[in-house]
Design a protein around this ligand. Structure first.
Ligand code: MGD
Ligand code: MGD
Ligand code: MO
Length: 769
């Protein structure tokens, strides 16, 4: 039967990249009224003397000499370097009640914030104030709290090492460890899972390893959209004839075929490079079962090989010398039946065995993964089962092999390295005391979910946000937003207006900061900041554009302003550090010895790599790497037979909660985001057709029947997705996810697996115009 024609929905047949990508960049620049500002900025992105691209955390090649083309990096730069401004006049013209009705796209598209503002309840507007007034108000409100732990300090991962270090220093001197962080919603399962497995919470590979691997597995991430520069690396891997194996419920074009804009021949012919030739469409949340299936197949093939007189498929020398726990793992895997594995992942044993052969036939293997693995109830276990599989063949700690969590925000990893953590170690407490002469409490603070709950329950009364859009990014926006309205103080340090800023507390302040692209001039001259990418490379970033407004302060300067107003007896000379960021780097080096010679080493082009023990088979305090058993096959709430499992994903035209536009080119969607991707059979069984309007009811524990956890009037799109699985965009789908739905180990919200009921829309189609 022919599919009905649905506005804004079509099949996309072309490769990723190519002219489509170039055209999209041109449109993005035009849309931001390019006045030479953005194009000038683009020439400096990821250059040795330029700024770090705020687009993603994929590393730069060593030879950062030529302009590396990336469509979504260009969008991120154009969006920040825009000529548009959200001025005091703009805020005088619009009440918050009115702005609330604007779309997320329209809010940010108003342009850069230009001066500090405070909320005035009487007029329901933000009014301009001076910086000193802003700092004084924050200081007074924080000092008025009965206890330091009644404040929450959020960080979004664009914050530089220097700003993040000063921020945590201020919060610690203030006396608390409440550090909700975007990382808690992102790769926290990595930060909790990897240390228990391999002794360090970071990936073990570098870019050079991609030149030596013999197979590359991609689990649950979409580089064509979210890390487009990675496609260049995948292309080179594919051209070496190395198999790329994808485990993902959706067929993602960016993983299948790529036309490289850096290669004229590909651009002229439009004939791209085939990337993944092996694609395993697991059901959403089926990864744990799939990984256990691969281990089961590997153990079985190993036994057969030994029986046939071979030496086996496991790396026994490595396992004996470097690991503990294989017997328990083997027992668990053997006790798990093939039929239960097949049922839980939705793929037949034969396919799992084929994937295992690809793995076992390769000498050196890299596993890359993203949010499709971490944002589940079993996020931590997913990460650890990938480690198990790698360890079984000695694929950690040697060239061409390893685990590669693909991080999100461009400095989310660095922020954690320099102390943004709600769980401080005694070593950190001691090091801060040695350097600054004060001690802070060891007691654990709040992560993101705990912070929102503390605010909801009135245990926390103040919230400071260093960037981000917490209310929209968190699950359960209703609960989160209602909680935020009850605060005494909320402060947002931001570049652009977003929905979180429209939720005023008793006092609300909106403080505009410099972006990565802009010149940061302080008393000692032009400053650089530093960032750490997904592969633990630390390098400098220096903006070159004139600031969007004369009134902008840098993030470090804003932290220092707040600190001075909050801590009149501070042990830290805040101003000296703002005058010269080298002093902040000296502090970082003193507190975290792995940054030795920090100021020298970041002056080398390309920067330096932080020590990652597991890359050297140094397992740190663990002594040995651990095989870790995950109980069962699925920890996400089971979707009863009549329900589907919903995941939430990024479109090609967004950066998290920043909506650049309404197209999702590689999935064939244009001009809209109100869609739900569904399997043809699932549509049919519900008497629905491609293009029908539908309602989505969350059936997570406690949500069924509650309208707050419901999305109404979206459009069904028949898509190549396994039966039982469904997908919609983030943040539109966030209201389906209750606050309690998270990985119990890491607290990562389970954004990627909510049981839902899909029905024809209760409210009929709007009448035709
Ligand atoms: N342009 C752009 N770049 C970005 C971002 C952005 O929004 N826009 N965001 C940044 C951030 S903060 C992050 S964390 C990264 C995110 O980058 P990704 O990790 O790629 O993020 P997502 O789009 O959420 O989706 C991940 C993939 O997981 C798959 N998936 C969904 N559920 C499952 C599942 O149960 N199992 C498996 N195996 N796969 C599943 C989806 O089909 C999708 O292909 O990108 C960063 N870079
Ligand atoms: N349903 C669902 N929800 C999710 C996810 C998902 O996959 N599905 N993914 C989660 C993930 S991985 C993440 S990381 C979070 C993201 O959560 P956040 O990091 O909180 O959100 P962003 O959308 O990245 O924040 C955008 C805002 O950051 C501000 N900003 C931009 N640049 C700068 C800067 O240089 N400095 C400062 N101070 N501010 C700046 C701008 O004001 C902009 O409006 O969302 C999470 N939420
Ligand atoms: Mo993220």
């Amino acid at each position: 039967m022919k599919k009905p024609v649905v506005p804004g929905v079509a099949d996309y047949d072309a490769a990723a990249g190519g002219w489509g990508a170039l055209g999209a960049v041109a449109r993005a620049l035009q849309g931001q009224m390019a006045v030479g500002r953005e194009t000038a900025a683009l020439r400096r992105v990821n250059q040795p003397s330029g700024f770090d691209c705020p687009g993603c955390a994929w590393p730069d090649p060593r030879h950062t000499s030529s302009f590396e083309f990336c469509e979504n990096g260009a969008k991120a730069v154009a969006w920040e370097a825009t000529g548009k401004r959200a001025t005091a006049e703009f805020f005088a013209d619009h009440s918050l009640a009115e702005l609330w009705l604007w779309s997320d796209h329209a809010l940010e598209n108003q342009g850069r914030l230009t001066q500090p503002m405070a909320y005035d309840a009487e007029s329901d507007r933000y009014l301009a104030i001076t910086w000193q007034d802003a700092f004084d108000r924050i200081g007074a409100a924080l000092r008025a709290l009965p206890r330091a732990e009644m404040a929450e300090f959020y960080t979004s991962g664009r914050t530089s090492n220097e700003a993040a270090f000063l921020y945590q220093l201020m919060v610690r001197e203030f006396g608390c460890n409440n550090f909700p962080d975007c990382s808690n919603m992102c790769h926290e399962a990595t930060s909790v899972g990897l240390p228990a497995s391999i002794g360090v919470g970071k990936g073990t590979v570098t870019l050079a390893d991609f030149e030596h691997c013999d197979a590359l597995f991609s689990f649950g991430h979409n580089p064509g959209t979210n890390h487009p520069r990675m496609l260049g690396t995948l292309r080179e891997v594919a051209l070496r004839g190395v198999p790329i194996v994808v485990v993902n419920p959706l067929r993602e074009r960016g993983l299948e075929r790529f036309v490289s804009p850096q290669h004229p021949a590909e651009m002229l012919t439009g004939k791209g490079t085939t990337l993944a030739q092996h694609y395993y469409q697991v059901g959403i949340g089926g990864d744990l079962a799939f990984l256990k299936g691969m281990m089961k197949a590997l153990f079985e093939a190993d036994a057969a090989d030994l029986q046939g007189g071979g030496t086996g498929l496991l790396d026994r020398g490595f396992i004996d010398a470097h690991t503990a726990g294989i017997d328990a793992l083997r027992a668990d895997v053997q006790a798990t039946s093939w039929s239960s594995i097949e049922q839980a992942c939705g793929l037949p044993r034969t396919e799992i065995e084929a994937a295992t052969r690809l793995y076992a036939n390769a000498e050196r293997v890299i596993f890359c993964y993203g949010m499709g693995m971490t944002q589940h109830h079993q996020g931590t276990h997913n990460v650890q089962q990938m480690c198990n599989l790698l360890l079984l063949r000695g694929n950690i700690g040697r060239p061409g092999a390893g685990i590669a969590p693909i991080r999100g925000h461009s400095n989310v990893q660095g922020d954690r390295t320099v102390g943004i953590t709600e769980k401080p170690t005694p070593a950190l407490v001691d090091a801060i005391e040695r350097r600054f002469g004060f001690r802070f409490p060891l007691s654990h603070g709040h992560d993101s979910v705990q912070a929102v709950k503390a605010i909801r329950d009135g245990r926390s009364r103040a919230l400071i946000c260093m960037g981000g859009n917490l209310a929209t990014a968190m699950p359960d926006p209703e609960a989160t937003m209602a909680a935020m309205r009850k605060l005494d103080l909320v402060v947002h340090v931001a570049t652009k207006l977003n929905r979180s800023h429209l939720i005023p507390a008793r006092q609300a302040l909106l403080l505009p900061c410099l972006g990565r692209t802009e010149r940061d001039l302080q008393a000692s001259g032009l400053q650089s900041v530093t960032v750490e990418d997904s592969m633990s490379m630390v390098h400098a970033s220096q903006g070159g554009l004139p600031p969007a407004s004369e009134q902008l302060l840098s993030e470090p300067a804003i932290v220092a302003g707040i600190a001075k107003a909050t801590l009149p007896d501070s042990r830290v000379d805040w101003q000296a550090r703002i005058d010269d960021y080298d002093l902040i780097r000296d502090d970082i080096e003193a507190v975290f010895p792995q940054f030795q010679d920090y100021n020298q080493r970041i002056r080398q082009p390309g920067g330096f790599r932080l020590y990652v023990g597991a890359s050297q088979r140094d397992w740190g305090a663990l002594g040995k790497a651990r095989f870790i058993v995950a109980p069962g096959l699925r920890e996400d709430p089971p979707a009863a037979a009549e329900l589907l499992t919903m995941t939430t994903i990024r479109s090609h035209d967004q950066y998290n909660t920043t909506i650049y536009g309404y197209n999702d080119r590689y999935r064939g969607i244009s001009g809209r985001r109100d869609v739900v991707f569904l399997n043809a059979g699932d549509l049919q069984r519900r008497g629905l057709r491609h293009g029908d309007r539908i309602d989505v009811q969350s059936c997570a524990p406690g949500c069924d029947g509650n309208d707050a956890y419901r999305v109404a009037g979206f459009t069904a799109v028949e898509y190549d997705i396994p039966p039982g699985s469904a997908a919609m965009y983030y943040p539109e789908g966030n209201c389906l996810v209750p606050l309690d739905s998270h990985d119990p180990q890491s607290g990562t919200p389970a954004y990627k697996s909510t049981p839902v009921r899909i029905t024809a829309a209760a409210v009929p189609d709007p009448p035709a115009q």
